[in-house]
Design a binder for this molecule. Structure first.
Ligand SMILES: Nc1ncnc2c1ncn2[C@@H]1O[C@H](COP(=O)(O)OP(=O)(O)OP(=O)(O)O)[C@@H](O)[C@H]1O
Ligand SMILES: [Mg+2]
Length: 318
């Protein structure tokens, strides 16, 4: 009785496994290994059925010995070949995964480059479109000032002139932030020095910048990405860290840029700060931007222990 029940259970299990194997055959686009495994499982289920009939209804249901041997051999062959061929599926899966990652990287690169192009276009529009308009307003206001002798009206005109000057200064700054011309014309180190000097001039924080680079130029994409990343790291320190000092070191050796950024601020828990719903975008942008140029980012920070961010990027001088 126990044997009959066990035989029934194994028939049901083997048929279910065969059904799953048929599904996997379809999913893997009729891969031979799953076809063979399906055949093996079905034949095994039939074998168990024959044994069940024999145990349940007597010797007249007994299958000839050589048929049993043939079926056994067929099952073993199907199983062995199927398992060997499964390696092909694993290779196929890893190829698909590699292609998917490459595709994602290309999309990310395209997004970053489009964003950068848009910034440049926008900066040009502001600089070349709004700039001349404000300059002609300034000229008109100056002419009015010269022509007018009424002291009250002159005060208003001079006030307007100061506001226009301020608007021109703001516009230049916005255009420069969108497309830093020192970075574009003189490279990463001069661009960063310019940004750091500007931040340091506001006071409140000391920034030490060491590098063995001078005016070397790299791929514009690498330069822009490293520039934006450093700006975001400095910005984060100013916004969140309550730090007194930032140390930035950029070393170039063996065609690799090693960038180490440190602040002595309040620190944070990176795993709770990156890719959190509703959280900021700065750190995840750093990771994806550096990923898009095949670099690596390591963010080390703990509450009350400051923050250290290490970035490595392969870059050839041009
Ligand atoms: N240098 C730092 N010191 C202390 N905390 C930091 C530092 N950098 C980042 N953080 C913490 O990590 C969080 C995420 O930073 P992230 O740059 O991603 O976003 P954000 O600065 O808040 O916003 P966004 O960059 O989008 O304007 C910050 O809110 C802050 O709590
Ligand atoms: Mg930020």
């Amino acid at each position: 009785m126990v044997l009959k029940i066990l035989l029934l259970i194994s028939i049901v299990l083997q048929l279910s496994a065969a059904v799953i194997a048929i599904r996997l055959t379809r999913v893997t686009k009729y891969n031979l290994s799953w076809i063979l495994i399906t055949i093996a499982l079905t034949v095994m289920a039939l074998q168990r059925l024959a044994e069940f009939m024999q145990v349940g209804f007597g010797k007249e249901y007994m299958v000839a010995q050589d048929i049993v041997v043939w079926v056994g051999v067929l099952t073993s062959l199907c199983f062995a070949a199927g398992v060997f061929l499964i390696r092909k599926i694993l290779n196929y899966i890893s190829t698909v995964e590699t292609k998917r990652r490459l595709y994602e990287k290309r999309i990310l690169n395209a997004i970053i480059q489009t964003e950068e192009r848009e910034r440049q276009r926008f900066s040009k529009e502001i600089h070349d479109g709004l700039g001349p308009l404000l300059s002609s307003v300034k000229m008109s206001v100056s002419a009015l000032d010269r022509m007018n002798t009424d002291p009250k009206q002159q005060a208003i005109i001079r006030n307007a002139s100061v506001v226009v000057d301020e608007a021109v200064r703001c516009l230049k700054e916005v255009a420069n932030n969108l497309n830093p011309h020192i970075l574009m014309n003189f490279g990463l180190i001069r661009g960063l020095n310019n940004f750091i000097n500007k931040v340091a001039s506001f006071g409140g924080i000391k920034i030490r910048f060491d590098t063995n680079l001078k005016d070397e130029r790299f791929d514009p994409n690498v330069e822009v990405i490293l520039y934006r990343v450093v700006c975001e790291m400095i910005n984060n320190t100013l916004k969140h860290a309550r730090a007194r000092q930032i140390n930035l070191n950029i070393a170039y050796k063996n065609e690799e840029i090693l960038l180490i950024f440190e602040d002595d601020g309040i620190g944070f828990e990176p795993e709770k700060a990156i890719d959190v719903p509703g959280g900021g975008m700065g750190l995840s942008n750093i990771v994806s931007r550096i990923g898009s140029i095949k670099g690596s980012v390591d963010i080390y920070s703990k509450p009350d222990c400051g923050t250290t961010i290490t970035i490595k990027v392969n870059a050839k001088r041009i």
